[in-house]
Design a protein around this ligand. Sequence first.
Ligand code: SF4
Length: 336
Amino acid sequence: MTKEQLQQFFVSQGDKSFRGTQVYEWLWGKGAHSFDDMTNISKETRQMLDDNFVINHIRVDQMQRSSDGTIKNAVKLHDDLTVESVLIPTPSRTTACVSSQVGCSLDCKFCATAKLKRMRNLNPDEIYDQVVAIDNESRLYFDKPLSNIVFMGMGEPLMNYNNVLKAIEKITSPEGLGMSPKRITVSTSGVPKMIKKMADEEVKFKLAVSLHSAIDEVRTSIMPFNATFPLNDLREALEYWYAKTKSRITYEYVVWKGINDRRKDVEALVKFAKYVPCKVNLIEYNPIGDDHFKQAPDETTDMYVRELERNGITVTVRRSRGKDIDAACGQLANKS
Ligand code: SF4
């Protein structure tokens, strides 16, 4: 319920509207798990709330810690479904990688989540609660609050657009976690219509695109939905995004042996990367037990770095974290 709905409920019960504000603050600001936690509200009112409402709180069912400090949470939802979220610590920041759907409706061939069919979208509070749980763990284990959020967990965030945006609104609002939207990145496989919609709504968070190939036939072979949303449509949407937001795009890119390791793959990426101001993240691949996808050797990655840099494109090579607990990119599949 919105704050206004809660206020109206209390007024309809003959109480004051600020009681609704108090309950709202307990739920969103203080992460109350039960009405009994709401200690500045009378016992009778708490009982009345308990009789009329439920708090569908998520529960961290299992927490695994990697040898590199990464934490993976298996999160149980109120209907017993599970999603995963990850806390990635580095010396300068702690990042939450959160899920937006249970499973995924897209079928990227290299991704473990794709093997689970999409069961449902997460509600805004279920997304928000994952962030709160990771923020608490960050404070507990690393002595600092969460600094960044990436929507790179299970699911395609733009296929659950409204709920993801509502969750971000709460995460950034002073009543919620008060985080700067600049510290939030929504990572998409590239749904052109939704990228334009976000641009029209002048969102303030950052955008990342899982690109993996700038050649249509290669991209379609590893991300079949590219047949429906080809690179030209994606390019047009990204140009629109940049014209409206002036926010640089990050391309996520894995180099696989025998798939996108040729010179012409690099050249296509260089060309694509010049359309809109961007940076390229070359990500290490994390095996998901499929022989088809193998990380290309370092020399191939070096060739990508050289060519991108020679063309004035910012590129970083990102080492994976949490591989030993299947918490790295593309590995989330409720295995634990
Ligand atoms: S990479 Fe992302 S969009 Fe593709 S199947 Fe996996 S979770 Fe879905």
